[in-house]
Unconditional design. Structure first.
Length: 273
């Protein structure tokens, strides 16, 4: 399991986690999701760590959940069973990151899709490559997101467009609508993120955790936590629709074929000529 998540300390007080399934575009299997949360919690307990960077190996950050069987039960941590368990499980994982004392920075390049975008948005700061591609294509044939962050981060109109098309946005647009903090040329992204992590790490954790919590509490008072949890029920209901059931049936016959059927009419993602 250690090989699917690489851990290093590239600067004083900075921990870095690298999703390491490049041959699968860092698809988020249960093993990988469990390893990420375990490593983040370990960093939160480590007095020498003040900030953690999360990035992906190879060509992208993450293309989403492992639809080839790696996301089936049993899940890596306990969540109440019953209808909607998967979405509740995802949201619970995102709030585990949200509730950490220490800041987490997402370093996003290449594809950042579906579950990959949910993982990035759970982080406190998001820095992206200018040519990154961020989207939630499952809205086209399956359901709204498990973690419905779009309206909170991006606002009504951008969120609605993303939900009604499933189209991806690049790094510049991600910054414009509020998904990300800043966008950099891909070749500068790592150095810029590390520089920001070192800057964040200048503040002691006992102060920094209060700074982080003050922003989160304001969002929660406005209803973010309740709204995202309520969204899991809509996601579960969407999975009962005819279109969603037919799509999941296609995935049982082959992931590539199902993705081609979903995106071919749009001519994007893996079907882009």
């Amino acid at each position: 399991m250690a090989d699917i998540l690489l851990i290093d300390d590239p600067a004083p007080h900075v921990r870095r986690l690298t999703l390491n399934r490049p041959e699968k575009r860092n698809a988020l299997s249960n093993d990988l999701r469990g390893a990420v949360l375990e490593a983040l919690e370990a960093a939160d307990r480590d007095p020498d760590v003040r900030v953690t960077i999360l990035r992906g190996a190879g060509s992208c950050f993450s293309a989403g959940y492992d639809l080839g069987g790696g996301a089936a039960q049993p899940y890596p941590y306990e969540t109440a069973a019953g209808a909607g368990q998967w979405a509740r499980h995802v949201v619970e994982g995102c709030f585990k990151v949200w509730d950490l004392a220490k800041p987490v920075i997402a370093q996003v390049h290449g594809w950042c899709l579906a579950g990959g975008s949910e993982l990035a948005t759970a982080c406190d700061l998001v820095y992206v490559a200018q040519d990154a591609q961020i989207g939630y294509p499952p809205v086209r044939m399956m359901s709204p997101p498990d973690n419905q962050f779009h309206a909170w981060l991006c606002g009504l109109r951008p969120a609605m467009e993303m939900m009604l098309t499933g189209d991806a946005i690049d790094g510049h647009e991600a910054v414009r609508v509020g998904f990300a903090n800043r966008a950099f040329p891909a070749e500068r992204l790592e150095a810029e993120v590390l520089a920001m992590a070192e800057r964040v790490a200048k503040i002691p954790t006992d102060v920094q955790q209060m700074n982080k919590r003050s922003v989160h509490r304001a969002m929660e008072i406005m209803g973010l936590r309740a709204a995202i949890r309520a969204g899991t029920e809509i996601q579960a209901l969407a999975l009962t629709t005819t279109s969603s059931r037919e799509t999941f049936a296609r995935f049982r016959d082959g992931v590539r074929e199902a993705l081609d059927a979903r995106d071919g009419v749009f001519g994007d993602y893996r079907t882009k000529s």
